[in-house]
Design a protein around this ligand. Structure first.
Ligand code: BGC
Length: 537
């Protein structure tokens, strides 16, 4: 592996990194099959470089039946042939590293795909065999085992148990899957499972991967001792025990796994990092995942569904900063991801720009979901094009997450806007004509150019520039939902959430504005409606 120079060269580069999430199938398609691929990513490295990100997080790139968009992994140490080859993966890493961009990949340890060799072996093997012990197989209840072993709902719909047909053709045991039936849960009490993941972490780390996003990191260990089986009718976080003894989530034992992972990460120079997707409550439990001998970051999802409301945003942001500070860590921020509605659709395009510019000035690291920089809204998906298992498992009562996963519009006047020369796996909207990268590239007022400027200025003025000091404004307070502001070092950040201009008494040089024209004179600055400004003093 060659030596590269990174924009943030230190071992803890991730602490304040801007990480760009690529959903590989939706980013760029180089071979015309309608599905984004690694060659497509390689072809867009100059775009990523110009954007000014520090790292890319790649959603799963593994061989998969795509029952859950790749979160059903059939082989942890390979590349989905539809996306490319291992050689192309290496090429992609080198191309990104050459531009100083690090690479985080998704690791999915709670469950495999049902096509995984181990699951297939388990299906062929008898009850009680070592092959079945890698997963969670149990006998059913009732005279003939026809009743599911426990009342456990799946995240994606009715039940978390599916019955198999034994090799001799008779109805057989049941296996547990917290998500789709094509995602059988591993038995993390089995040492072979633990060993295999360490092998996988070394496999990718050896290839130069810089970090990992750990899927459902809080769920790996379940209470299965002495014949016990978890029961649950809903995944409302308030039903989860908070003291590490819940049957399913956030159990104390899960942390032993991350301690063993951290040892592997530390075998490398620089050490590999990991960010946990851990849905835990109360928030203080999240800090347990970032203890110095465990993972490095934990996602904060609060802003994914926060209203565009000064009081609420202040509460969530200041709490996240304080919480992480209590353990010497910095927060992470995300406004969109592949599991939630896009921020531009949720709170509005202009609002989402203002919020993004505000968040990009906060301490910690920012996760930006591909397309967010374009101000992309959710796609409108006809039911017959839907792919998300949530849609199918709830019989259409929940539409699922496909709207946020529509491919990116790159160029041209008609869909699929240069994403593919073929037919895209999800339809792009004709109305995105003005949102293509090509159109936005040359428009100084575009969302894309706002992100480019902000990322540039953030690197120059805000990284390592001190703690947040909230600015109280008696006249335009948070309570009347008009202004939210803070200072970091010699930069002040003001977000006007209201639909009228706000004048504040402050002077300084305008670094960037998310929308509208800023008027400044005589020690006063007028912030345009629904807009954020950064001022340098
Ligand atoms: C991922 C989802 C996925 C689920 C199961 C989540 O945390 O982000 O996209 O469906 O895990 O793997």
């Amino acid at each position: 592996m060659s030596e590269f120079t990174f924009l943030t060269g230190s071992e803890d580069w991730w602490r304040q990194a801007v990480v760009y999430q690529i959903y590989p199938r939706s980013f760029a398609d180089a071979n015309g099959d309608g599905i984004g691929d690694l060659k497509g990513i390689i072809s867009r490295v100059p775009y990523l470089k110009a954007l000014g990100i520090d790292a890319v997080w790649l959603s799963p790139h593994y061989p998969s039946a795509l029952a859950d968009g790749g979160y059903d992994v059939d082989d942890y140490r390979n590349v989905d042939p539809r996306l490319g080859t291992l050689a192309e993966f290496d090429e992609m890493i080198d191309a990104l590293h050459a531009e100083g961009i690090r690479v985080i990949i998704d690791i999915v340890p709670n469950h495999s795909g049902s096509g995984h060799v181990w699951f297939q072996e388990a299906l062929r093997s008898p009850k009680g065999s070592p092959a079945r012990d890698r997963y969670i197989f149990r006998d059913g209840k009732g005279e003939n085992g026809e009743i599911r072993p426990s009342e456990l709902v799946s995240h994606f719909g009715p039940t978390a148990w599916t019955r198999i047909t034994e090799p001799d053709g008779t109805p057989g045991q049941w296996y547990m899957h917290l998500f789709a039936p094509e995602q059988p849960d591993f038995n993390w009490d089995n040492p072979e499972v633990r060993e295999d993941f360490l092998k996988t972490l070394r496999f990718w780390s050896d290839r130069g991967v810089d970090g990992y996003r750990v899927d459902v990191a809080h769920a790996l260990v379940k209470n299965l001792a002495n014949g016990h089986l978890p029961e649950r009718a809903s995944y409302d976080l308030s039903l989860v025990k908070h003291d590490g003894s819940d049957d399913l989530f956030d159990r104390d034992e899960v942390h032993d796994i991350y301690r063993s992972w951290r040892k592997v990460f530390n075998e490398y120079n620089p050490p590999r990092m990991a960010v946990a997707e851990a849905w835990v409550h109360p928030p203080v439990n999240a800090t347990r995942y970032v203890r110095s001998d465990e993972l490095h970051q934990v996602f904060n999802f609060d802003l994914l569904d926060a209203a565009f409301n000064a009081q609420q945003l202040y509460g969530l942001m200041s709490a996240a900063i304080d919480l992480m500070k209590s353990v010497g860590a910095l927060p992470t921020w995300a406004l969109s991801n592949h599991d939630s509605p896009r921020v531009a659709s949720r709170i509005g395009e202009v609002q989402s720009r203002a919020l993004a510019l505000f968040v990009l000035a906060l301490p910690g690291s920012c996760y930006v979901y591909a397309g967010q920089e374009l101000g992309l809204p959710d796609g409108v998906i006809p039911d017959e094009a839907r792919q998300d298992p949530i849609y199918f498992r709830t019989k259409g009562t929940q539409k699922g997450r496909d709207g946020a996963r529509v491919p990116l519009p790159w160029s041209g006047e008609a869909a699929p806007f240069g994403f593919t020369s073929g037919s895209p796996w999800l339809p792009l909207q004709e109305s995105w004509k003005e949102l293509t990268v090509e159109k936005q590239d040359t428009d100084p007022k575009s969302s894309l150019n706002l992100y480019r400027s902000a990322l540039n200025l953030r690197a120059e003025h805000l990284v390592d520039n001190g703690e947040v000091q909230w600015i109280e404004s008696p006249e335009h307070g948070r309570k009347n939902n008009s202004l939210l502001a803070f200072k970091r070092g010699n930069v002040s950040i003001y977000m006007n959430l209201s639909d009228t201009p706000i004048e504040v008494e402050v002077s300084g040089k305008l670094l960037v504005v998310s929308a509208g024209i800023v008027d400044g004179r005589d020690g006063k600055v007028t912030i345009p409606p629904v807009s954020t400004i950064w001022l340098h003093h």
